[in-house]
Design a protein around this ligand. Structure first.
Ligand code: C2E
Ligand code: CA
Ligand code: CA
Length: 804
């Protein structure tokens, strides 16, 4: 803009000044013309006045007679002063002065010399021109010291008739007064200089001007204020004589300057206004909208939803595009929000899941240890307010590891789930069942009045667990050992309460499994006890602390003695008798069971031989428990054979009792060994049948001579019809597989009668005899003559209601 305005200004100023200058030149030329016209008018005026005198009869007369009267009346200086002439001359036809009147108008100057004028006029020359001879001539002549305007006219009559009697010559000096008159006449600052004037020759400027003016009129500014125009004035004969000049103030030029400066101001102002207007327009149409747009875009961050759209240009398109982008952004945000909500929901669900997982057992859905401990603590704090008792039960499945190892985890899992369901069935509402892991469960019983209530619930659990469980399309039986810890002291630590239940549970296991034991103060810490026992057990054989008791096995139909089962005993130097249920598992774990087992086998075989020989009991059968560890060892057959050989007992007099659980692991190997043992003549019994998980149908795979129905089963005869049905099924099965059956733990005559009625061959139990020491057993045998061992003799017992 500034460049443009400046350019416009420069060009305009140049153009304007140029036109002003040409106007000025024209004006100067015109004025010069006026000056020239004024000058020739002056000469014409002299010519006209000379005509008045030359065409006049009086003058015509005068030229003939030269009378003084004419001179007196007309040619007095005062009379001619009006004519402003410096000379009036009458020249005769010969060219000689007839009469001359020099007039001294200015006293500082001398009157002109007529002879000089006549010489300068050169009338002879003039007369050769016919126009001049008839009408005369006027013009400028240069005298040695003067320049003079002259008019020459022929002397005629008043009627302009000739012949001419001579010439009238009027002359007026061209001096400063005349030039002043000319100035006054033309209102021009006129100057005149003779071309032969040495002053003119000296001035370069005038010299140049004279040179230029000789060709044509010449205009030249002298300075900023004055302009001059020059022209040459010719003399009477057309020769350049004077340099005529006018000088004018440069008003036009000054006007031009003023105009240009005004124009400049106008252009600058206009430029400024235009600039301002453009800025304003730009501001209105772009800048303001841009800043508004930018402000609106900034506001979007704080919740504005769109920018305003106005106009129809690039900014509008930009605003529309921004709004489009905002809409897209908002749609994206909405998607993100939905996504986020979903995510949050998922996280919540996961958190709940994880929380549940953190406090619940995955497999059974029961509370886990953490939650259970929490519940104990809560129950204890509640019990302090209600003044009631709290009990925890620790429950461990018997032989579970075997199920898992032999039948697979899938079966093990479904067994655990079934047990969990049953536990929930057995407890009261408000009590808690939890799984500690593995085959360990715990139960929290609240609001108890006494420990007996807890024991009752324990019994109910054992009972419910005894019901056959459907496992992989076959029935199996589960049992558990339960430890109960009861307290009415709300300050006991939850951990302590649970530990007590755990200790009691181990005691229950030691007591022969499938039972419950209530913890009491006298129970030593199980772990310490176990460790002590293990240490002591290592010396027990050498110290002769281990010995064998024998429990008779009785023919249920005849009541006669069939044989005996060898049961290991440990007489601890300080503890007294340690039950085998306690030390046998320790021996098994510590790897001592093999030496103890074979020691017992040898002892029992020797004893059998002795009793067979001493009492002539050829049919006497010795039953010896064979640990799973013994059976698993590769040399079991050799060692049994070796023992038989060394002791001299007939193989057929030995019956090895194997627990059901042993059969499950390494089935093929076990079956092979069992077959080899039987090949020796040794008979095999399946011990504790019914507590494990084997179904009747699997039994056919094993070479078994005798089934020993577990004590737990027998004890239920009379209580549950179901137990009766199970025993019946076992009997039917065993018959078809040609196995004989022994009932363990027969304590009542009723049980004996039921077994006998169902076709059970052999009985073992307190009803007949407790396990007896060698001497007691021997005593019984020796007494046989007097009172035969016929404790459970058939017909002697009174049949009770159920048997009937
Ligand atoms: P088991 O082989 O089932 O032995 C029978 C258990 O039942 C014996 O317990 C016996 O005293 C008990 N019993 C017999 N009749 C009755 C009765 O009418 N009522 C009750 N309540 N119990 C009765 P014990 O002697 O405490 O033996 C426990 C277990 O220890 C045995 O169970 C057996 O599994 C194991 N055991 C004992 N001696 C040996 C051994 O020399 N080697 C091996 N491997 N295990 C042995
Ligand atoms: Ca046994
Ligand atoms: Ca048994």
């Amino acid at each position: 803009m500034v460049g443009l305005v400046f350019g416009i200004y420069l060009v305009a100023a140049r153009l304007m000044m140029h036109s002003f200058e040409s106007i000025e030149r024209n004006d100067a030329s015109e004025n010069l013309m006026r000056a020239k016209r004024g000058f020739s008018q002056t000469i014409d005026d002299i010519y006209t006045k000379a005509g008045d005198w030359s065409t006049w009869d009086d003058t015509y007369e005068f030229m003939a007679d030269h009378n003084a009267k004419y001179v007196k009346s007309n040619l007095l200086p005062s009379a001619v002063s009006m004519l402003k002439l410096d000379v009036i001359m009458f020249v005769d036809t010969e060219g000689k002065v007839f009469h001359a009147l020099p007039i001294r108008r200015d006293h500082a100057l001398e009157a002109p010399h007529p002879g000089e004028i006549l010489a300068a006029l050169d009338l002879q020359q003039l007369q050769s021109n016919p126009a001049v001879s008839s009408r005369g001539a006027s013009g400028l002549i240069l005298l040695p010291h003067d320049s003079m305007m002259v008019a020459v006219r022929p002397v005629l009559t008043s009627d302009e008739k000739g012949p001419s009697r001579g010439w009238v010559v009027f002359g007026r000096r061209l001096g400063d007064p005349e030039i002043a008159d000319l100035r006054a006449l033309t209102h021009l600052n006129i100057g005149m200089a003779r071309l032969d004037d040495p002053a003119l020759q000296d001035s370069d400027q005038l010299n140049v001007a004279a040179g230029e003016a000789s060709k044509k009129d010449f205009v030249e500014p002298l300075d900023e204020r004055t302009i001059a125009a020059y022209s040459t004035v010719k003399d009477l004969w057309g020769e350049p004589a004077l340099l005529l000049s006018i000088q004018k103030p440069r008003t036009i030029y000054q006007q031009g300057l003023d105009t240009v400066s005004l124009a400049r101001t106008l252009i600058l102002v206009a430029g400024a206004i235009l600039g301002a207007v453009i800025l304003l327009v730009l501001e209105r149409s772009a800048l303001a909208r841009l800043s508004r747009l930018s402000m609106e875009v900034e506001k979007i961050g704080s919740g504005a939803s769109a920018v305003s759209v106005s106009g129809r240009d690039e900014l509008t398109r930009l605003a529309k595009r921004i709004n489009q982008m905002l809409a897209q952004l908002r749609a994206g945000e909405e998607q993100l929000r939905v996504h986020n909500d979903n995510l949050e929901l998922t996280v919540q669900e996961r958190t709940q899941q994880i929380e549940h997982q953190a406090f619940h057992d995955k497999l059974t859905g029961l509370p886990n240890r953490a939650l259970f401990m929490d519940r104990i603590a809560f129950a204890l704090s509640k019990s302090s307010r209600t003044n009631s008792g709290t009990a925890t039960m620790f429950l461990d499945l018997d032989n579970f590891k075997l199920v898992n190892d032999s039948l697979g985890h899938g079966v093990g899992d479904s067994l655990l789930i079934a047990v969990a369901d049953r536990l929930n069935e057995a407890i009261r509402p408000g009590d808690t069942v939890a799984r500690m892991g593995g085959d360990e469960f715990t139960v929290l019983l609240e609001d108890l009045h006494n420990v007996e209530e807890a024991e009752m619930i324990g019994k109910r659990i054992l009972q419910i667990l005894r019901r056959p469980i459907q496992l992989m399309n076959r029935e199996a039986f589960a049992s558990a050992s339960i430890g109960i810890a009861f307290t009415s002291d709300s300050f006991i630590a939850p951990e302590a309460l649970l530990k007590n239940a755990d200790t009691a549970m181990y005691r229950a296991k030691a007591n022969g499994k499938a039972n419950s034991v209530v913890w009491n103060e006298s129970m030593n810490d199980h772990a310490i006890e176990r460790l002590e026992l293990e240490t002591d057990l290592r010396r027990a054989l050498d110290n002769r602390e281990i010995y064998v008791d024998y429990q008779p096995l009785v023919d249920l139909t005849t009541g006669s003695l069939e044989g005996a089962e060898a049961l290991a005993r440990w007489k601890h130097p300080t503890r007294g008798i340690v039950p085998p249920g306690m030390f046998i598992p320790i021996a098994e774990d510590a790897g001592m069971i093999i030496s103890i087992g074979y020691w017992i086998l040898e002892e029992a075989c020797l004893q059998a031989v002795e009793w067979q020989q001493s009492f002539g009991l050829k049919e006497f059968t010795m039953s010896v428990n064979l640990s799973g560890k013994q059976l698993q060892a590769p040399d079991v057959v050799e060692r049994v054979a070796d023992t038989l050989e060394r002791t001299g007992l007939l193989a057929t007099s030995l019956k090895l009792e194997i627990t059901e659980s042993v059969l499950m692991a390494n089935r093929e190997d076990v079956v092979a060994k069992m077959n080899r043992l039987r090949a020796l003549g040794v008979r095999l019994a399946l011990d504790d049948f019914g507590t494990g998980y084997s179904s009747l149908s699997t039994l056919s795979m094993f070479p078994i001579d005798t089934l020993k129905i577990d004590r737990a089963f027998i004890s239920r005869l009379g209580d549950e019809d179901e137990a009766m049905a199970v025993v019946e099924a076992i009997m039917a099965m065993s018959r078809s597989m040609k196995m004989d059956v022994t009932g363990e733990g027969v304590e009542t005559e009723y049980q004996m009668n039921v077994l006998r009625a169902l076709g059970c061959h052999t009985g073992q139990g307190y009803l007949f005899a407790k396990p007896l020491s060698v001497s007691d057993f021997s005593e019984q045998l020796s007494d046989r003559g007097r009172r035969a061992l016929r404790v459970g003799k058939p017909g002697k017992s009174k049949p009770d209601k159920k048997a009937a």
